[in-house]
Design a protein. Structure first.
Length: 363
């Protein structure tokens, strides 16, 4: 059994097996990890309440234990999520992560009743801002919102900007609703007005779609998260809303949730659908929106072929490093990227430069 958090990861993977690329040369850039999770005790308590009631979303109910149960197997995960202090910093030092961009872990407040969700999103943003104040060179953060309360969410985005946070995180759908719906316009307007990127983070497929995912565990991170989040990103692109927000940036984890792989076919079949009148024609191709508005992160991806695919499809300036701590083994993520057979210019872009540009961090 390979240790979940130790150094005993599978060195036989492609990429990780290629040694010596930058072992000798000292790094002259920072490793910035951009999808790093935390949770607050208050939100854990509310999740417990929701999971104990009859209305919990079924995927969340099945996943709840992985975050909530303080069993010996989960104690480490639970403790790591709650730690915004010395333990997390010590881990970062051990792994060689210079900065974590922190965000409230999925599904965040998006499974809670509205009033409680709005309250706890704000409270978690305050706690995050306080942690960053304590470790300003090691932490930055993305603020949480509750999308269904649009006006409150828009106001919270302005407050997030005021707190000095560097973006906003949304965990895909909220109660079956997606951000392309016209009612969510105030959220996009607030993001654009504040110049903040949106991190569209995964969660399980929405209640209207989850049934066929429940067998074989397919609702989870191996497939359902990417299917759900990729769908959400495609809805945003195909709605045309990005035409109104030329400077808006959206971040997708997991090397783009599958979209870079499909990009040419997405264009090709879109053009066919336009020809037969099945979809409305957009000013630009779907791939043009993706290449201009989206960046992707390496969260959870430590295999060379998909990294190469993203470099070819998107270029070095659209890929950011993420460790997905504490869910993934960030030792594996760092070892993979340190040793990937790419130039140090590309490595620096992925580890540091793109994060500074996209999130507006000091270089
Ligand atoms: Mn994550």
């Amino acid at each position: 059994m390979v240790s979940r958090y130790g150094l005993g990861f599978d060195r036989a993977k492609p990429g990780a097996a290629i040694d010596g690329v930058c072992d000798e040369a000292p790094m002259t850039f920072r490793r910035i990890a951009v999808e790093e999770a935390f949770v607050t005790p208050e939100i854990v308590d509310e999740w417990r309440r929701v999971l104990g009631g009859p209305d919990a979303e079924i995927g969340f109910r099945r996943m709840g234990d992985s975050i909530l149960a303080e069993t010996p197997a989960n104690a480490s995960l639970h403790r790591r999520l709650l730690d915004l202090g010395t333990g997390r910093i010590a881990h970062m030092d051990a792994v060689g992560i210079d900065m974590q961009i922190l965000s409230l872990t999925a599904p965040g407040v998006q499974t809670l009743p509205s009033a409680k969700a709005v309250e706890l999103a704000s409270a978690s943003n305050d706690q995050l801002a306080a942690a960053i104040l304590a470790y300003p060179t090691r932490f930055a953060g993305l603020g949480a919102i509750f999308p269904l309360e649009c006006a409150a969410a828009a106001a919270e985005i302005h407050r997030i900007k005021g707190l000095g946070l560097h973006g906003v995180i949304v965990n895909s759908h909220t109660a079956d609703e997606y951000l392309d719906l016209p009612k969510f316009a105030p959220i996009w307007e607030a993001l654009a007005a504040c110049g903040l990127p949106l991190y569209l983070h995964p969660r399980e497929p929405s209640p209207s779609m989850i049934k066929p995912y429940l067998d074989y565990g397919l609702y989870f991170a191996g497939w359902g998260f990417a299917a759900e989040t990729g769908l959400h990103a495609m809805r945003i692109i195909m709605s045309g809303l990005l035409d109104s927000f030329p400077d808006l940036r959206i971040v997708l984890g997991h090397l783009g949730e599958g979209i870079p792989f499909w990009l040419d076919r997405i264009d090709n079949r879109y053009l066919l659908q336009v020809r037969i009148g099945a979809v409305k024609e957009l000013p630009r191709l779907p791939s043009a929106y993706f290449r201009e508005h989206f960046v992707v992160t390496t969260a959870g991806m430590t295999s060379l072929p998909p990294l190469h695919l993203c470099l070819e499809m998107l270029g070095k300036d659209r890929i950011l490093f993420a460790g997905d701590y504490p869910y993934e083994d960030d030792v594996e993520g760092v070892t993979f990227l340190d040793h990937a057979p790419i130039s140090d210019t590309v490595r620096q872009a992925i580890y540091q430069d793109n994060a500074c540009r996209v999130f507006g961090l000091a270089a």
